[in-house]
Design a protein around this ligand. Sequence first.
Ligand code: PLP
Length: 447
Amino acid sequence: TTTPSETKLTSAEVVQITKDTNYGTWRYQKGWNPLHIVDAEGCYITDGNGKKYLDFSSQLMCMNLGHKNPAVIASIAKQAEELAYAMPGYATTTRAELSKLLLEVLPKGLNKFFFTTSGTDANEAAFKIARMYTGKTKIIARYRSYHGSTSGSIAATGDPRRWAMEPRGKGPGIIFAPEVNCYKCPIKHTYPTCGIACVDYLEHMIRNESDVAAVIVEPIVGTNGILVPPSEYMPRLRKICDEYGVLMIADEVMAGWGRCGTWFAMDLWGVTPDILTTAKGITSAYVPLGLCATTEKIGDFFQDHYFSHGHTYEAHPMTLAPAVATIKEMQRLGLVERAKELEPFVEEKLQALKAKHRSIGDVRGKGLFWAVDLVKNRETKEPFNTYVDKVSGKPLVVDQIAGKLAADGVMIQAWVSHIVIAPPLIVTKEELEKGIDALDRHLSIAD
Ligand code: PLP
């Protein structure tokens, strides 16, 4: 017999083995030197050397409850003891509990649920549903959007993460509309005199294309720069979709779950999409879970039509239990209201930062979901780097700033030419100040 090795890997060994044996997106390319994370609690992460970091972007904008929430941890342990797994076709108590809670928090009218294991496959499900339900093929997506990494969801991704898959991976029937970006309008208009020309453009596309099944939007665009549409945009898009019989899909993978100061970003405008996809904050990222929610009418369509989509891990009890605990914790702690209350505080701080640093072209956001957009020149709004630099592996100015912040004890997500501020919703004013002050110290790299 052999006895299991008691030897604990050193931090250096952990990093080396990880580097030697793993591959993936550009994060893992040449020069990848991952930090060894050993512990996390609340808004803080600890590395293998005992150094603590303020988690200022909730990892990938997903740990909304913060780390080590006791109720979520207990829910996982309890579920494992009671029922670790049952086939998707069975009813489970956890699934019923979660469905009841979803009816409380989702935009009214969304009451049929399909549980996936990520945001990517929630969107994959949404596309299939839209195509089967309407009998049409084309999906209109927008540039500067991200919808996931499987064949269908990457094909609908408007940002250049799609490029590596083209032409082989380009799914049929996806067409792109201009994004909504009032800071740097892709069709060179100015709000409000534009009359929301970008949504008129979308209508023009629908009118001039045959066979359009759906439009997919991130209600507030996430990784591509926290792009907040003007208040008229979503209600107008809803009307257009209704007029032309096109389904509206809201991808709330990142923007949902209190991040924008409302349960879902669509609540900001009181608009109910036909399909809402989400993941991340649904379990505060404690376990992988995604959701594709639809109206009753669409859900019922699949009572007598075979939905060719399903997974072994669909509605997995171990993923649903922490979602129940997450929603209850968010309600108990009043985190949606908290994100709303902290919004003016963050806005004021970031506007002050903008007044001080000429490299900041714009700050924008909602709730606890903000971007600091960096430019070489405020007049021309030229960014420091572009996607071409990112794809080519050229060092980015925002990554240098993020590196300095990490050395200073603040972890932040940086993307092409902007920085994302999205701390756990439990963050305190003092912690917000701490993170923004650290950013203030290191923006000189860009000024
Ligand atoms: N949609 C949006 C808006 C996202 O931000 C993401 C991930 O960041 C996805 C979809 C894909 O979700 P996942 O990474 O869970 O597959």
